[in-house]
Design a protein around this ligand. Structure first.
Ligand SMILES: Cc1ncc(COP(=O)(O)O)c(C=O)c1O
Length: 349
């Protein structure tokens, strides 16, 4: 929980005007949308206004709304492979026929998809691919936008962890170079503040925004005004950016504890990638290591490991673990990395 969150919420409640309690602001509280637009202009390079922002309860909610407005059963939707399993499921629930694009060193590789006609949506995580952590190159970003424009495809940009870069400032969002208005940008406060806050937003091209708003009206808006006003107050002063800075420092410390402990416990027995940003990194195992046995042995020591294969659909990758560190205390990070290091086998020379 961020410092001073409760005080901001309380103050916003006390200052709430009667019209704010009942007025119809289908896109969400204006004061919050203003703060989000300012944040996106200053920190993600996106030239946008409060009018274009729609408040949702998170990135998955935004994606679900877009899927329900756009996808008809049997429509093609392009997703990343490996990718975020919840998003694969959201599109499948909408009846989509998924096209899987692999990830290489430059990010999403559209090679196998480029000939596909009638692809309604392409879902991407360009800032820090989920789960591999690759940053999408500038060339790939331009190629993706160009393909989307020629095929009348919407791109969903999931910017779930761009606030947490440990080496350098993140590249501006894909949305910032979207001159043809093909990109639906989705952001969230559920990672940056706390997961049960349930507050996120989307920035959709006007044609799509109209459709989403109609659906929004039909199903009833689900984000309460109290948290929206509290968050607007939190973002207006220095508290929000201060919180991001402190969290970034703490996550970097946690990441370093994991890396240093593994290095000390099991030198040369694994390979790491995707560690420059975000809440997790990828630990590649020795080919001789039995992944299932490792996961089972770790679980017996109280360490829960997520195999990379849970994020894979068609792609076959070497055995690896998605190692999350941001939700741990320093002691837990050290304990988990030590136990894991003790279970890792040497890589064959
Ligand atoms: C790639 C990715 N997108 C989105 C989310 C979830 O966002 P929200 O909780 O706002 O739906 C996550 C959560 O882990 C994620 O990994």
């Amino acid at each position: 929980m961020p410092a001073n969150w409760a005080a901001h919420l309380q103050r916003a409640m006390a200052a709430m005007q009667p019209e704010q309690m009942c007025s119809v602001e289908p896109q969400g509280a204006w004061v919050l949308r203003e703060q989000i637009a300012k944040y996106l202009r200053n920190h993600r390079g996106i030239d946008c206004l409060a009018e274009q922002i729609l408040i949702t309860n998170g990135i998955r909610h935004s994606i679900d709304l877009v899927a329900r407005c756009v996808v008809k059963p049997g429509d093609h939707v392009c997703v990343e492979d490996p990718g975020y399993p919840a998003v694969h499921q959201i599109f499948e629930e909408a009846g989509a026929n998924l096209l899987y694009a692999p990830i290489d060193q430059e990010g999403l590789n559209l090679g196998g998809i480029i000939g596909a006609t009638e692809c309604r949506i392409a879902y991407v995580t360009p800032a820090h691919q989920s789960p591999l952590g690759v940053i999408m190159s500038a060339t790939r970003r331009l190629a993706l936008l160009d393909w989307a424009q020629r095929n009348n495809t919407w791109i969903i940009e999931d910017d779930y962890d761009s606030e947490f870069n440990y080496q350098s400032a993140p590249l501006p969002a894909l949305k910032s170079i979207d001159t043809m208005n093909r990109v639906v940008y989705c952001g969230s406060f559920n990672q940056a503040l706390f997961s049960n806050l349930r507050l996120g937003y989307m920035l959709a091209p006007p044609e799509l925004q109209r459709k989403v708003l109609e659906l929004w009206h039909t199903v009833g808006r689900s984000v309460g005004v109290s948290e929206q006003l509290g968050l607007a107050a939190f973002m207006k002063g220095p508290a929000f950016l201060r919180h991001l800075r402190r969290s970034r420092q703490e996550y970097q410390t946690l990441r370093d504890i994991v890396l240093e402990t593994l290095r000390a416990e099991a030198p040369g027995r694994y390979r790491i990638s995707g560690e420059h940003a975000g809440f997790h990194l990828i630990l590649w195992l020795s080919p001789d290591q039995d992944e299932n046995m490792l996961i089972h042995a770790a679980e017996q020591q109280g360490v829960v490991l997520q195999p990379l294969r849970h994020c894979c659909r068609e792609i076959e990758l070497a055995p690896a673990i998605v190692l999350g560190f941001a939700a741990l205390t320093r002691a837990q990070a050290k304990y988990a990395a030590r136990k894991l290091g003790q279970l890792l086998l040497p890589t064959p020379s």
